[in-house]
Design a protein around this ligand. Structure first.
Ligand SMILES: [Mg+2]
Length: 176
């Protein structure tokens, strides 16, 4: 598989609700192909879904940064390289990402406008895109990755796992 570009950064976010009208970003994980990474937890005092309360809040242990600071730190991390962002089922990530930038009055973020969804890459390769998430034991056995070293639903670990899968995937001719 030959991707269009190697100028990519892997993204994962955690957020307060799956309802895009209510939800806000809580954490960001960004990983470059050269192993540089950025992890941020963002100040938030609003409502949180029950599932998030139970599964995400206990994992947020770093000191929180303001939304303005988060946007600044991402810019410092990315610079002017304008990478393509790669996520897995990234429709939610992109919504909360946009909300973050709009809320601080920044229209343009440092990435290309169109993000790359790894779920779609799986789909067009004949692989059930949901197996990545819902059938992880079999999926990662096939891929040959020890996924248990990554903590599920932690933005940085999710982004690191995606990077490992993506790089392995594009190296093989047929995907997996
Ligand atoms: Mg995640």
């Amino acid at each position: 598989m030959k991707p269009f570009s190697n100028n990519i950064v892997f993204l994962d976010t955690e957020f307060s609700s799956l309802d895009p009208n209510k939800g806000e970003i809580l954490s960001i994980g960004l990983v470059k192909t050269n192993r540089e990474e950025l992890y941020l937890e963002i100040e938030y005092k609003g409502e949180v879904d029950e599932w998030v309360k139970k599964n995400i809040l206990p994992t947020l242990k770093e000191s929180k940064v303001s939304r303005e600071e988060a946007v600044k730190r991402v810019k410092e991390f990315i610079g002017d390289t304008k990478p393509h962002i790669v996520g897995y089922i990234n429709q939610d990530d992109v919504i909360y990402w946009q909300k973050l930038y709009r809320s601080v009055g920044v229209k343009d973020n440092p990435f290309h406008l169109v993000s790359i969804d790894f779920a779609t890459i799986l789909f067009i390769s004949g692989i059930d895109p949901e197996s990545y998430y819902f059938d992880d034991e079999n999926f990662y056995k096939k891929v040959g990755i020890d996924y248990k070293k990554y903590k599920k639903h932690h933005a940085l670990d999710d982004a690191k796992l995606l990077k490992e899968v993506y790089l392995k995937f594009i190296k093989s001719k047929s995907g997996i």
